[in-house]
Design a protein around this ligand. Sequence first.
Ligand code: BDR
Ligand code: CA
Length: 312
Amino acid sequence: TRNVLIDVDTGVDDALGLLLAIHSKEVDVTAITTVNGNVSLETATLNTCKIVELTGEINIPVVPGANQPLKRATHFEHRIHGTDGIGGALSDMVPSKTPEDAYAPNYMIELAKSSEKPLTFIMTGPLTNLAEAVQRCPELPDYVEEVVFMGGVVSEMGNITPVAEYNVFVDPEAAKMVLDAGFKKLTQVGLDVTRKALLTEEHLKQLDGTKYGAYIRQSTSDYMKRYIERNGVKACAMHDPLAVAVAIQPNVVKKKHLYVDVETTSRICDGQTVCDFQNRLGQPPNVEVSLEVDADAFLDLFVQTIRIPMEE
Ligand code: BDR
Ligand code: CA
């Protein structure tokens, strides 16, 4: 098994990523850190505690991090994820699980340095916490086996501006810092592949009557409505769970090792991840860029892993 730390801005799909990671036998979730993004830090942390409590794995530490991007204002996404971030599901739950009294970037550094097995970081929100950790500890990459991040897009359009993906757009300075930090293996799971990883009614049916069936139906209901408005099909993109799946089963995506940079100084292209497919800049590759996905294999992994029978 791999030891992982997951950084989330929980988020409908972040929550599904957490369920996948917590129930996967291939990874051991040693900590969950939270960041502002889809919702405020406070709400992301509360949602994360609720999900952890729902799984029953209440010993996994939840550690709050940055409450705003490095240099920019917050940019919440209540229209997509609901005011509460998880589509109104679990609204009555008052979790007994509480966050640690620690700060995520420091916690990441300490955990990476003290971990027996090198850690893998799975990042499914804006990259602020990891950027701050690298600022505080430039040798952090030496202690980390791999960083898998959901963010960016290199071969098609964005989802927040014409060219930018949400997580990178929200904190492009942080994303640039992470890309430039010298991680041994930095795997990008961007919209190029996550848009093809769709949860549909068929999957919801497979989960009906199981432990998470009702939660997932409720949580994804409005999220799917947004998808229908744009694409005319009842489904939703499993952005963050796919990043988790790549840590569990790397061959669900096909990757290329390429140089990627982030635009941070443009009126219209801020947050764009620019991939140098033909090495025109002469820079050494810094990112394993996911370009193809076996969506069926991924969704099968997702459904089978979290298809837990209802407790008596
Ligand atoms: C990313 O943005 C967020 O809204 C999702 O949780 C995902 O991490 C997709 O662009
Ligand atoms: Ca997210």
